[in-house]
Design a protein around this ligand. Structure first.
Ligand code: ADP
Length: 478
């Protein structure tokens, strides 16, 4: 079975969030199941030189973008046994960062077309093209123009929603001027969205199967609160939609071997976490004390992540004897919030307003609790990484957070973290209080047992990769 992944970011070449982790990890797992997987990504300007310098040129061509022709290089690099292809056009992609530019409509129209044009030159004829998020949403739509060519005639498509909020909506002129598609696609069952063109809708309406990254989110997005104005489309295509939980890369995220840590540890030797905590306290200028509960946050600073709630009760949270280490970038109001509190309480709050993989690893390892009270969460990797590092998550019961963090039950002594149901700041505050109380009062008892359970829980890709395989088989046989 041959499957081609199409996405806008993938570890270790580019990353803004969880999508990149998935694109870096899932192909390796599918390969272990005997599937022949390749990945296509844009070649960005800030790809690390150790990779960029080893890419080989496979083909050069020009790609039609509406009425213009644009240069396209196809590069290749095999990484961890998986062939990665890169679509190269410096005018579009040689910039710092991945997306979020004024001309994303043109950049990703080019990218989607280029992927299909490049296929015959990759020496890889997929049975399935697996498209991820809006950046690849037009591939299934454009494919309709290629069906009369033998090479493309039997290719099926799967579209995975990693986050429904980001939809790639552009003025309707994009349809003809950039995508080269006809008006027959501009209707509610096509790519039209409030008189504009939606890449996300292209994926949702044209792919042979739809998935999202947790079972709960697959249900939630069929309703208005989570549906981002696409709940109608999703409910209509319900029979094609399923939820398959993401895993984490258990080699990249392994406290036993993690080279970024001061001290490696396992669930048996979890107490050694403390050495990572004091080292981080020193590095970040927090008061050095292994007995103060340290709350970690590694996150995009976006409203999605529940930061309104945190803002509302942060001063009350800080009345407790605890510390908070934040790592993230994003909306100015939240960057300011954490900078402000770090300025006011320098020995309790550390605000690291940046994106830095090394520090992310250290925070997961050093913290006792991991705060992730999301408004919505398609899957979420942060909470799973945290559990693997013995940092107990505090989450809101939504999407993948609900599917992965079994809440602590004092009576049965079960659970992997702490959770609350409603998007309410005082529920969050109460939950933080409960967690801190357990840490203070029963660290060698219930707390310790929960850390050990969390560290041993299986968040690897194994089971989910099998589900993708089954889905591919079903799509091919349909
Ligand atoms: P999302 O994809 O919505 O951003 P996830 O929890 O699925 O959220 O994935 C976030 C990923 O990005 C995790 O691997 C997390 O460690 C990482 N991450 C988020 N912010 C930062 C940051 N500022 N520095 C380093 N890594 C980060």
């Amino acid at each position: 079975m041959k499957v081609l992944f199409v996405a806008a970011e993938g570890v270790p070449f580019s990353k803004t969030g969880g999508l990149a982790d998935v694109i870096g990890a899932l192909p390796k797992e599918l390969k272990n199941l005997g599937i022949n997987v390749a990945v296509v990504l844009p070649k960005y300007g800030d790809t690390a030189d150790e990779y960029a310098s080893r890419m080989e040129l496979v083909h050069r061509m020009s790609v039609q973008v509406g009425w213009r022709n644009q240069y396209c290089g196809v590069l290749k690099l095999v990484h961890d046994g998986v062939p990665f292809y890169f679509i190269d056009n410096e005018a579009h992609f040689k910039r710092p960062g991945t997306y979020g530019f004024f001309d994303d409509g043109e950049r990703f129209s080019f990218f989607n077309r280029a992927v299909l044009e490049a296929l015959p030159f990759m020496g890889f004829q997929p049975e399935i093209i697996h498209c991820h998020d809006w950046h690849a949403g037009m591939v299934p739509v454009l494919l309709t123009q290629y069906r009369n060519q033998e090479f493309y005639s039997r290719i099926k498509t799967v579209f995975t929603v990693h986050n429904l909020q980001y939809q790639g909506v552009f003025p309707k002129s994009v349809l003809g001027d950039l995508l080269g598609l006809g008006w027959e696609h501009f209707n509610v069952n096509g790519v039209e969205f409030h008189d504009q063109v939606s890449f996300m809708k292209g994926g949702l309406n044209y792919a042979n199967a739809l998935t999202t990254v947790s079972p709960t989110y697959a249900q939630e997005i069929q309703h208005p609160f989570y549906g981002a104005n696409l709940e109608g489309v999703l409910a209509r295509r319900q029979s094609f939609l399923s939820g398959i939980l993401n895993g984490i890369d258990t080699e990249e995220w392994n406290p036993q071997t993690d080279a970024y840590l001061t001290r490696n540890y396992t669930w048996r030797s979890w107490k050694r976490k403390e050495e990572n905590k004091t080292a981080l306290q020193e590095e970040l200028g927090l008061r050095q004390d292994p007995n103060i509960p340290l709350i970690g946050m590694v996150t995009r600073l976006a409203k999605q992540k529940g930061l309104d709630l945190v803002a509302h009760v942060l001063h009350e949270i800080l009345e407790m004897d605890l510390q908070i280490a934040v790592l993230g970038t994003g909306e100015a109001q939240f960057e300011e919030l954490f900078r402000h509190f770090a300025g006011r309480f320098p020995d309790k709050v550390s605000a690291n307003i940046k994106f830095e993989n090394a520090l992310a690893h250290k925070i997961y390892a050093a913290s006792d609790l991991f705060l992730m009270p999301s408004l919505f969460e398609p899957c979420g990797l942060g909470q799973m990484i945290a559990m693997r590092y013995g940092s107990l998550p505090i989450v809101r019961e939504t999407g993948g957070l609900k599917d992965t963090v079994l809440p602590y039950n004092q009576v049965t002594d079960e659970g992997l973290g702490f959770s609350f149901a409603n998007y309410n700041a005082h529920e969050l505050l109460d939950t933080v209080r409960r967690a801190v109380k357990l840490y203070e009062e029963d660290k060698e008892g219930a707390w310790k047992r929960m850390v050990m359970r969390a560290m041993r829980a299986d968040f690897s890709w194994g089971a989910s990769a099998l589900k993708y395989k089954e889905l591919y088989e079903q799509v091919i046989s349909d």
